[in-house]
Ligand binder design. Structure first.
Ligand SMILES: C[S@@+](CC[C@H](N)C(=O)[O-])C[C@H]1O[C@@H](n2cnc3c(N)ncnc32)[C@H](O)[C@@H]1O
Length: 378
């Protein structure tokens, strides 16, 4: 391992101690292994023992910002169910459902479609025992009994609509860094004081493993690759083409693949040092939508977009929904509605950085809102 960079921090968490012991025994670990352990370690992983959402937590997601987010996704689901020819038995699947808020809001909105709920089973793919409890409580109020799974592969096949909001950013990425003209894998090791520190593998990565967009990058550039995200995207594509179905993937990220270090830690609504509080800060990175779309279309499904979240929600009728809700709202609720709508679509808030990719079976028509303008991408 080459000399660690200056970027390091004191270990202050139980998981930090576990990681240091693992590195001392086995050597430096790749960034994607660190990322996975930071979130999923059975005892100390970030998601395993807490509800991280809201003001008192670490971050806030779109469904927690405004009920309109989940409601518009519910309308998308109602249209998707019709586009599947209204199957009698079907699966509504959510990946990484958080508190269950999106699903509860979506169910309220799509239930206006007669017959939709009769043969519907709600499947939740969730690794956190703590969040499963919260989801169960939320959805009991919606009158559904969801079925939980550890992985999408475990959900029974069949006609399906799949929703994933801020799920892919939580799946691990590998990082490669270019040094003296060669790419090396970035790893987490220990510095001279025994603290976690970034470094690079001694041996370069074979050129054949590099994506074409990384080849001409300058020294110091970082490339992020995610076999875990591509595998999940592939499974979505396979599932949708093997029966009938559609998916909606929403996350922060970039429309085109490219170099850049987007690994980040968030705690108490602030960016934190990635290595400083493993297990106590959320670790994520931006999603490469071009790579997701490529994995999905390789399975034969069609991908549309990505478009920005601002464009998606506006075309799905955010302003019209806000107007409807305002009619029966008091003054405080009206302020909340307009602040929420603004936060979801404004370019300097969630409207630009967050993107939406829609996926369908190849025989299905273009999904909303891509059927409004001739801008789809096959
Ligand atoms: C950032 S939260 C998003 C929650 C929700 N979709 C929302 O918008 O509020 C990520 C969610 O994905 C779950 N999650 C993260 N990694 C996972 C994995 N590998 N398998 C299953 N669930 C995972 C987390 O427990 C959490 O529910």
């Amino acid at each position: 391992m080459a000399k660690p960079k200056a970027e390091h921090a004191r270990r202050t968490t139980p998981l930090g101690d576990v990681l240091a012991q693992m590195i001392a025994a086995d050597g430096p670990m790749a960034v994607d292994r660190f990322f996975a352990l930071a979130l999923e370690h059975p005892e100390h992983g970030y998601y395993m023992g807490r509800d991280p959402f809201g003001r008192a937590g670490d971050f806030i997601t779109a469904p927690e910002v405004s009920q309109m987010f989940g409601e518009l996704i519910g309308i998308w689901c109602a249209a998707g169910w019709q586009m599947m020819d209204a199957p009698a038995e079907w699966n509504l699947i959510e990946l990484g459902p958080g508190r269950g808020t999106l699903m509860a809001d979506a169910l309220r909105a799509c239930s206006v479609m007669p017959g939709l709920r009769d043969g519907m089973t709600v499947h939740l793919v969730e690794m956190s025992p703590e969040l499963r409890k919260v989801q169960g409580e939320t959805l009991r109020r919606s009158g559904v009994e969801p079925v939980w799974h550890d992985r999408l592969e475990d959900v029974p096949d069949g006609p399906s609509l799949i929703i994933a909001n801020e799920f892919f950013d939580a799946l691990p990425v590998q990082q490669l860094q270019k040094q003296a003209g060669r790419w090396h894998e970035r790893v987490v090791g220990l510095d001279g004081s025994g603290e976690l520190a970034f470094g690079l593998t001694e041996d370069p990565v074979p050129d054949a493993l590099l994506p074409p967009w990384a080849r001409d990058a300058e020294d110091g550039a970082i490339a992020e690759l995610s076999p875990a995200r591509e595998a999940a995207a592939k499974e979505i594509g396979r599932r949708i083409t093997s029966h009938i179905g559609a998916a909606l993937i929403i996350d922060y990220g970039h429309a085109r693949s490219g170099v850049g270090d987007t690994l980040q830690a968030i705690a108490r609504h602030q960016f934190a040092d990635v290595l400083a509080r493993p297990g106590e800060a959320d670790i994520t990175s931006h999603v490469d939508f071009e790579a997701l779309a490529a994995a999905i279309t390789a399975e034969g499904a069609k991908a549309y977009g990505p478009v920005t979240q601002g464009e998606f929600l506006t075309k799905m009728g955010l302003r019209e929904r806000e107007e409807m809700l305002r009619k029966r709202a008091d003054a405080r609720a009206r302020i909340r509605l307009s602040k929420g709508a603004q936060r979801l679509v404004a370019g300097n808030q969630m409207g630009q950085l967050f993107k939406v990719l829609a996926v369908t079976h190849p025989d299905m028509p273009k999904p909303a809102p891509f059927n409004i303008e001739p801008e789809g991408r096959a």
